[in-house]
Design a protein around this ligand. Structure first.
Ligand SMILES: Cc1cc2nc3c(=O)[nH]c(=O)nc-3n(C[C@H](O)[C@H](O)[C@H](O)COP(=O)(O)OP(=O)(O)OC[C@H]3O[C@@H](n4cnc5c(N)ncnc54)[C@H](O)[C@@H]3O)c2cc1C
Length: 453
């Protein structure tokens, strides 16, 4: 059976791996990747002794499938330093440590007393009744306006570079939605889960941040190496056409590949183009998923330039929208992972753009750098010239799961059921993270094997 996967990011590569390694069946699997390198949004750049992640920076180690895949290709994950646990929020012009425990929460200077008391009445707020709700509405309803603005809004920027006024709670934070629906309250739910499991549970995803010594690209490089000739680079798919029981896949170089099973693991807007001729309704649903621009600015500094500055010893900070700043946040990468900067130097990685500020991400180089340097000065007090700079652009960066996303996925599944042998995967659907992509590819591999028996 010939299985052709369009897209050589982590979704497409891990799918090809699970398909070839998890069965005794003889499958002819091909990955067609448009670019001259595999990896997609995973790209590790090495320059002047720095290791810069232009896109994906890490994953939480609480999802065993990613660690399993890493160990299967002989890669060992490294964990973020203890310093990575110390996170900050920029509020009122200052960096406040994000509280990690109830006592720290009560002592924290981040929230006002009325804001803290408002969170405490959360167990008395009745359960939501809407099918899908924006993250902002949910957070204001359950936790109050201040908690939304200072705690939830920056989390939405940090993970999705999203706008919480549009984001679907159910799709973006399914676990939080589930806790509310099951227990009627987040606080009650957490206490009940802790009692049941006899462990500490937080509202967040849990786990420790992890990567690889040589960066995230080690994973996609290793997968491509193991898959060998099955990965064809510079092979952009332009359309998929039905041919009998199978498909004819047309490439940008004018050639055609035949397949019994066709999988699209490309961004949703690209899958929309590829499928336009085959099914306009699928194409329309895919085209509705927005991808705002994000730029990543890596700046290296001699550490002695930070003398006298406070709060530069942790993971970094996120910036809530109410601060009116022009960056989403900064990760102090060299505090988190070893080997990210030369000895005596620090590497800072600042994210710019997202759903609320896409145009800032696309400023020309000089203006983008000036913007980031001005913000590093105002927020973290760093006024020194950087010793090293790299800019990375993602014009269409992260898919946004807007309110109504669950309904869109349902409609997509229904429409795809009419096309036997055609599948769509990638980070636009069941989770945007590296872990989600690997888990969803694993499940899809099993489904394809079952449906083609
Ligand atoms: C700036 C940034 C930072 C991020 N940081 C994190 C992070 O720290 N942790 C995390 O878990 N997630 C992070 N993410 C999310 C990340 O995108 C996903 O985790 C994951 O890498 C997505 O993989 P994918 O394979 O689904 O998509 P992609 O990586 O987008 O791969 C799609 C592939 O399809 C190829 N392609 C496109 N069109 C065609 C075509 N017509 N024919 C053939 N091939 C085509 C592309 O070239 C690409 O290689 C980040 C994303 C961005 C943009």
């Amino acid at each position: 059976m010939r299985i052709v996967i369009a897209g050589g990011g982590i979704s497409g590569l891990s799918l090809a791996y699970w398909l070839t390694e998890n069965t005794v069946r003889q499958l002819d699997v091909t990955v067609l990747e448009a670019e001259g390198r595999p990896g997609g949004k995973i790209w590790t750049d090495r320059a002047e002794g720095y290791l810069c992640e232009s896109g994906v920076n890490g994953f939480l180690d609480n999802k065993p499938r990613s660690l399993e895949l890493a160990s299967r290709v002989s890669l060992e994950a490294i964990r973020g330093d203890e310093a990575a646990k110390k996170r900050f929020i920029n509020s009122g012009g200052e960096l406040h440590r994000l509280p990690e425990s109830p006592p720290a929460f009560f002592k924290s200077s981040l929230m006002s007393l009325p804001g803290k008391l408002r969170i405490m009445i959360e167990p008395f707020i009745s359960r939501g009744t809407k099918d899908d709700e924006t993250l902002a509405d949910f957070a204001r309803r359950r936790l109050g306006k201040e908690a939304f603005e200072k705690l939830i809004d920056p989390m939405a920027s940090g993970i999705y570079a999203g706008d919480p006024e549009d984001m679907s709670l159910q799709s973006c934070f399914p676990r939080i939605h589930e806790i509310e629906q099951t227990y009627g309250s987040l606080i009650k739910g957490m206490f009940k889960i802790m009692a049941e499991r006899k462990t500490k549970v937080g509202a967040g995803p849990g786990g420790t941040l992890a990567s690889f010594r040589e960066g995230m690209q080690s994973m996609t490089d290793k997968l491509a190496l193991v898959l060998g000739g099955r990965v064809r680079l510079n092979s952009g798919v332009i359309s998929v056409e039905r041919a009998g029981e199978g498909f004819k896949i047309h490439l940008s170089d004018g050639t055609t590949v035949e397949a019994d099973v066709a999988v699209l693991a490309v961004p949703a807007y690209r899958a929309a183009d590829v499928l336009r001729g085959l099914d306009a309704s699928i194409s329309k649903l895919l085209g509705e998923i927005q991808y705002p621009a994000v730029s990543v600015v890596c700046a290296g500094f001699k550490k002695e330039k930070f003398k006298g500055l406070r709060n530069l010893d942790g993971f970094g900070y996120l910036v809530p929208a109410r601060e009116g700043r022009r960056i989403l946040g900064t990760v102090f990468d060299s505090n988190v992972y070893p080997g990210r900067a030369p000895e005596g130097y620090a590497l800072l990685r600042t994210m710019v753009g997202g759903a609320r500020a896409s145009s800032i991400a696309m400023l020309e180089d000089g203006k983008l750098l000036d913007t980031v340097m001005a913000e590093l000065g105002d927020i973290a007090g760093i006024r020194a010239e950087p010793d090293f700079v790299r800019l990375y652009r993602h014009e269409q960066a992260i898919p946004q799961y807007a309110v109504g996303h669950p309904g869109r996925l349902g409609a997509l599944d229904e429409a795809l059921n009419k096309h036997r042998g055609l599948y769509i995967t990638g980070n636009a659907f069941g989770g945007i993270g590296f872990n989600d992509c690997i888990e969803n590819s694993y499940k899809l591999a099993i489904r394809i094997l079952e449906e083609t028996e």
